[in-house]
Design a protein around this ligand. Sequence first.
Ligand SMILES: Nc1ncnc2c1ncn2[C@@H]1O[C@H](COP(=O)(O)OP(=O)(O)O)[C@@H](O)[C@H]1O
Ligand SMILES: [Mg+2]
Length: 368
Amino acid sequence: MVDRRTFGMWARGRRRALDLTQHQMAELVGCATVTIRKIEADERRPSKVMAMQFAKVLGIDAGDFDGFVAAARGFRAPATGVGAPHEIEARLPVALTRFVGREGELDELERTCSVAGGPARLITVIGPPGVGKTRFALEAASRLAGRYDTPAVLVQLAHRSAAEEIVPAVAAALGADLGDVRDERTSLIARIRTGPLLLVLDNLEQIQGAGQVVADLLETCDSLSCLVTSRRPLLAYGEHEFELAPLTEPAAVQLFIDRSSALLRNRIADHDEVAAVCRLLDGLPLAIELAARRVRDHSVAELRERIGSSLSALGSGPLDRDGRHATMEATVAWSHHLLDQATQSVARHAAVFRGGFTADALAAVVPA
Ligand SMILES: Nc1ncnc2c1ncn2[C@@H]1O[C@H](COP(=O)(O)OP(=O)(O)O)[C@@H](O)[C@H]1O
Ligand SMILES: [Mg+2]
């Protein structure tokens, strides 16, 4: 029954197939989460009673109970003797809202990513603020993790600014105690090399030199894959640039309806009006979410008029949200703040254009 894997590995795979977290599993079995973690890491055997409970939760046929319990109690050491089984826990935040659209992009990312046997070990999801890079990367990572039994871990780097902060942040996200801080990199590499791992490195655009740090980890850990989000490419060797476009109109409309439905109560939003609002917002999910909140005070038709005249009509998002994203204006301000002064000045001059411009036209309005 446990074929060539240890009992812990088998139990982990089975739990994941049932889409249960270790915490949920612990509740069902009636033990502490840490016990599940240890059993899955083959650090301890379940008691006979616990093994019976495991069998029930994991859906083992009653006729197989005895064999199962014997296997669980007499768990085998790793067959190959190549060291401890992989212990890195999957750590992705659970989304509070429904993910919409992007089926084509999810498929394309899956075909590209090394976790699924594709060619790219480093994929950078690139796009403007609020286009949905973080949300897409998390959705893709959780899909890859589930289908290819690879733990995926989110490393949030939005508030980091120096390349030296990346290694400690990855270690913290893995829950690794690196011990001697003088050689964090070596300890982290040893940890990562224990098995396949997908790191989601979120928000790297403001970290100079991030590409080198990520490339170094990938060069030393051959079972590591990285999914990065950034407003610009890292320009690292082997990087696959994955440009994320705004939502298609049907997905944008779905997003607006999802986010506004609780606030609309028994009013009904007209589909064409919603589509018009989404077009005005260029299909940007962040802007659509902000706009959808405004239906508390305005009809969709009113919103359409107000948005047509000013971005600040979008107001601000829920108070617990990341400061960079609280309003559409703050989002643009963060991008602006990352530019040097000369580039900021060029951007200000470019503001006279509507709907894009050529290099020649820009040169004509920027003072020499
Ligand atoms: N496909 C999607 N389905 C549902 N919500 C989305 C989708 N894409 C983005 N969002 C939501 O829109 C907001 C902005 O997306 P986010 O991923 O933070 O953008 P970015 O990382 O590009 O700045 C978030 O609240 C996110 O949950
Ligand atoms: Mg983001």
